[in-house]
Design a protein. Structure first.
Lengths: 111, 113
C-alpha cells in the first residue's frame, strides 16, 4: 500500500533552535519527493524537490535529505524563526498525476 | 506569491446545494490539479486537467466535477453538498503533468452547514 508517514505529528521548539522532521514512504514507483510548508489556512509552498539520485538539497535554512534505499527523507530547519511556525508536508510523486501526501508535521516556534 | 489565485476565499453553503470554486493558473501553466484538505489532514487529490482534458482522478464521487478553459483557468464544481465536504480546496498549476513543480493557490475554505 502506498503510504507516506511523517513524524513527529507536532513539534514545539524555541526560536533559534534547530529541528529535524521525518518522512517515511512506501510509495512505488518513485519519481520525486517534495517538502512543502503550509501556513494555517493557506496553500502549500514548495521548499525542495528531490529526485532518486539526490541525497541532499538546501533552500536557505531548510535542508532536505533523501535515502532512496531506506525510503526515508528528512527536513532540517536551522536557526528557527517564529515565521517557521507552520505545517510541513512531505509529498511523494510516482510520476504523472500520482502523488501521495503525508499528514504533515505541525511546527510551532516559540520566543 | 505563486501567481495562482483562487476565488472565493471563504464560502458557506448548506447541505444539498451546489458550489463552484475557481482557480486562475500561473501564467504559462497548462495543467491544474485540485485537492481537498480536511482540517488537520494532508491534501487529497481530486482530479487533474491538462490542456482542457481530465488527466486523472482520485477517489471522489461523480458529484465532484471540473472544467479547464482555453486560458487554462479552472473550475471545481460540487453538487449535492454534504457536511463532510467542508474543507480547504486547493488548486495547483504546473507546466506539464510530470516532474514539474506544482504551484499551489491560497485555497478556498468551504463550510457546509
Amino acid at each position: 500500500k502506498n503510504q507516506v508517514e511523517q513524524s513527529p505529528q507536532s513539534l514545539i521548539i524555541l526560536e533559534g533552535k534547530n529541528c529535524t522532521l521525518q518522512c517515511n514512504y512506501t510509495v512505488s514507483p518513485f519519481s520525486n519527493l517534495r517538502w512543502y510548508k503550509q501556513d494555517t489556512g493557506r496553500g502549500p509552498v514548495s521548499l525542495t524537490i528531490m529526485t532518486f539520485s539526490e541525497n541532499t538539497k538546501s533552500n536557505g535554512r531548510y535542508t532536505a535529505t533523501l535515502d532512496a534505499d531506506t525510503k526515508q527523507s528528512s527536513l532540517h530547519i536551522t536557526a528557527s524563526q517564529l515565521s517557521d511556525s507552520a505545517s510541513y508536508i512531505c509529498v511523494v510523486f510516482t510520476g504523472a498525476n500520482n502523488l501521495f501526501f503525508g499528514t504533515g508535521t505541525r511546527l510551532t516556534v516559540i520566543p | 506569491e505563486t501567481g495562482v489565485t483562487q476565488s472565493p476565499t471563504h464560502l458557506i453553503k448548506t447541505r444539498g446545494q451546489q458550489v463552484t470554486l475557481r482557480c486562475s493558473s500561473q501564467s504559462g501553466h497548462n495543467t491544474v490539479s485540485w485537492y481537498q484538505q480536511a482540517l488537520g489532514q494532508g491534501p487529497q487529490f481530486i482530479f487533474q486537467y491538462y490542456r482542457e482534458e481530465e488527466n486523472g482522478r482520485g477517489n471522489f464521487p461523480p458529484r465532484f466535477s471540473g472544467l479547464q478553459f482555453p486560458n487554462y483557468s479552472s473550475e471545481l464544481n460540487v453538487n449535492a453538498l454534504e457536511l463532510d465536504d467542508s474543507a480547504l480546496y486547493l488548486c495547483a498549476s504546473s507546466l506539464g503533468t510530470r516532474e514539474d513543480t506544482q504551484y499551489f493557490g491560497p485555497g478556498t475554505r468551504l463550510t457546509v452547514l
